[in-house]
Design a binder for this molecule. Structure first.
Ligand SMILES: Cc1ncc(C[n+]2csc(CCOP(=O)(O)OP(=O)(O)O)c2C)c(N)n1
Length: 590
């Protein structure tokens, strides 16, 4: 049998193909992004697409499922908040073709605005949940999830975490199953969630969950390992790996693969064989609360806490085992390296121009590469909560300032992908309400932060086909905003950028700035810039450090002079040239 070394995300993609999935949709988000990117490998068999947001991705998958095909939607944990509206109601309808939602959680907030534990969604939304621990399980559980979804008429969730998504391990490969499409039969009582139908479907989903719970007792997706019975560990997902690494064979394990609904019987029978029970889990005390609710005495969260990622060392320390030494320790510490905007990043020009007018502005950011503008030297904004809120928080904030006679103008900042995700909805309200705000769309023609995914503004889709790019400007004009209050600028051009911001500051009411310049790391941009870089004439440089204020990582100050120390990453954007009053910087290699 063929084997491959796959990441968890790649294994889920493979599972989708092997399970006969026909439609897959997602909005990118670390650590889930690679699932859809890898599903494109199978684009001859699976129609796969980025959606504008997670709610839409989920609804595309729901549509395909109702239409009789197996379908998958993938998202990062916070994406599930966006998708929760359709998930909670489609949970009542159940499925036709199997429907699987993948939630990739980010304990430790490596690349997220929070570290919510999405296991809590499963009981709340009334969907089944499986938690793989490694890549083989990612494949096996995802395939099983499609079967369980159809067998029990439930939406199934695969709940992963960063280490499961991104670690690689050996996976056995199988062939694609030949899954027959299920003919769509009109059935509004099942699929039209009006109150009269929803009440009945609520009864149905509870019964279906009970049936899955009964199945869970004897399912081999849950595993019991009996070793020494003085300690019994109840665990799931990546936490199983950490527990096993810390305790080895000195404890027994109940490794739960089906973590909703939990099999009470399985937990009770395991606990009865053990002297004491530890619950080892990352994040919230989800399993622990369920175990305690069965009247079983156990320890877990009081020792492990709920913040950050778990690892074997944390487990050892929490449970009083001998800490492993050398393998984990080093006597060197790396200097702190906060993430910076790349050399040539168009967002740098925007933040520099805005920074010069900072006393007149209170800015709200959003989630994207431009989030890095929060750091010094830009200190570009004070507030950032979630995708899209960069254009709606300013509505309330500007009112609050107005009520306190604070004359600063509130700026909202978000990117093209975030604009399509949910930013446009907020813009419509801001303009409709006549809010005294300046809304800035930093359009770099790609979803950069998550690794250059296409979005509705790009001319290619996920499968690589040509598609019409949706024009952001036409969308903005469609709100009916006075067109003299919309400025499109190249953010590197500091004169134009400054003038646009000044005009926004002089305008009472809504103003929109669209900065348009592609991400410096786009393949086409790199190709077009090949060999081009800036250079500093040391004879003209007076060492005033004015050019250092833009904090470009291609530049450094050496021997009392500025220098382009990293010519390879310099894109010759020319922002530094505009900072120099002594004409010491010029472009070369063009
Ligand atoms: C609800 C939600 N979904 C997905 C993400 C992951 N994510 C963070 S930034 C980002 C894309 C930002 O792209 P864009 O707005 O175009 O800005 P850029 O990074 O290109 O500057 C995504 C998808 C998230 N943080 N929250």
């Amino acid at each position: 049998m063929q084997k491959a070394i796959l990441s968890g995300d790649e294994a889920v993609a493979r599972a989708a193909w092997e399970a006969g999935v026909s439609v897959a949709a997602a909005y990118p988000g670390t650590p889930s992004t690679e699932i859809l990117e890898n599903i494109t490998t199978y684009k001859d068999d699976i129609y796969c697409t980025w959606a504008n947001n997670e709610k839409i991705a989920t609804e595309i998958a729901i549509g395909a499922s109702i239409g009789g095909m197996r379908a998958l939607a993938a998202m990062k944990h916070v994406g599930m908040n966006v998708a929760s509206d359709p998930i909670f109601s489609a949970a009542y309808t159940g499925v036709n073709g199997g429907l699987v939602i993948v939630s990739a959680d980010d304990p430790g907030c490596h690349s997220s605005q929070n570290e919510q534990d999405n296991r809590l969604y499963a009981p709340h939304a009334k969907i089944g949940m499986l938690e793989p621990s490694d890549s083989q399980e990612c494949k096996d559980f995802t395939k099983a999830a499609f079967e369980l979804s159809e067998r029990f008429d439930l939406i199934m969730m695969i709940r992963m975490t960063t280490r499961v998504c991104h670690s690689k391990s050996i996976v056995q490969l199988d062939q694609r199953e030949n899954i027959q499409a299920k003919t769509y039969v009109s059935d509004p009582q099942k699929y039209a969630m009006l109150p009269v139908n929803a009440r009945k479907r609520h009864i149905a989903v509870e019964a279906n969950l009970e049936a899955l719970k009964a199945y869970s007792y004897s399912s081999d997706i849950n595993k019991t390992e009996i070793n020494d019975t003085s300690i019994g560990i109840i665990t799931s997902g990546i936490s199983y790996m950490h527990a096993k690494e810390a305790f080895g064979d000195s404890a027994s394990y109940l490794k739960l693969g089906i973590t909703y609904p939990l099999s009470d019987r399985l937990i009770i029978e395991f606990a009865q064989k053990m002297k004491k029970i530890y619950v080892i889990e990352e994040g919230e005390g989800y399993l622990e609360e369920a175990v305690k609710a069965l009247g079983i005495d156990c320890v877990g969260k009081q020792l492990l806490g709920s913040q950050g990622e778990l690892n074997a060392q944390k487990v050892r320390i929490a449970f009083g085992l001998q800490a492993a030494g050398e393998g984990y320790a080093t006597d060197k510490t790396a200097p702190p390296r906060p993430p910076v905007l790349c050399a040539g990043c168009p967002h740098r020009g925007f933040y520099h121009a805005m920074g010069k007018r900072k006393d007149k502005i209170l800015a709200v950011g959003d989630i994207g590469c431009y989030s890095l503008g929060v750091n010094a030297p830009y200190n570009g904004f004070d507030i950032a909560i979630c995708m899209g809120s960069g254009f709606s928080i300013p509505i309330g904030l500007s009112k609050a300032l107005e009520m306190q006679n604070d004359t600063r103008k509130v700026f909202g900042i978000l990117g093209d992908s975030t604009f399509f995700h949910s930013g446009f909805n907020s813009m419509v309200d801001a303009i409709h309400l006549g809010a005294n705000v300046c809304l800035c769309v930093l359009d770099n023609s790609i979803t950069a932060m998550t690794g250059h995914q296409e979005n509705a503004g790009t001319q290619k889709n996920l499968m690589g086909y040509e598609v019409p790019a949706i024009d952001i400007l036409q969308m903005i004009y469609s709100t009916g905003i006075d067109q003299t209050c919309v400025k499109i600028v190249d953010p590197i051009d500091q004169k134009a950028m400054g003038e646009a911001i000044d005009q926004a500051l002089e305008t009472d009411g809504p103003f929109v700035i669209v900065t348009k310049r592609p991400c410096a790391l786009l393949k086409e941009v790199i190709k077009a810039n090949k060999g081009a870089h800036c250079t500093v004439d040391p004879d003209k440089c007076v060492g005033c450090k004015a050019c250092m204020k833009i904090a470009c990582p291609a530049m450094a100050f050496e021997g009392k002079k500025a220098n382009i120390t990293d010519e390879a990453s310099c894109t010759a954007c020319g922002l530094c040239m505009q900072m120099c009053k002594f004409d010491a910087i010029s472009k070369a290699g063009i």
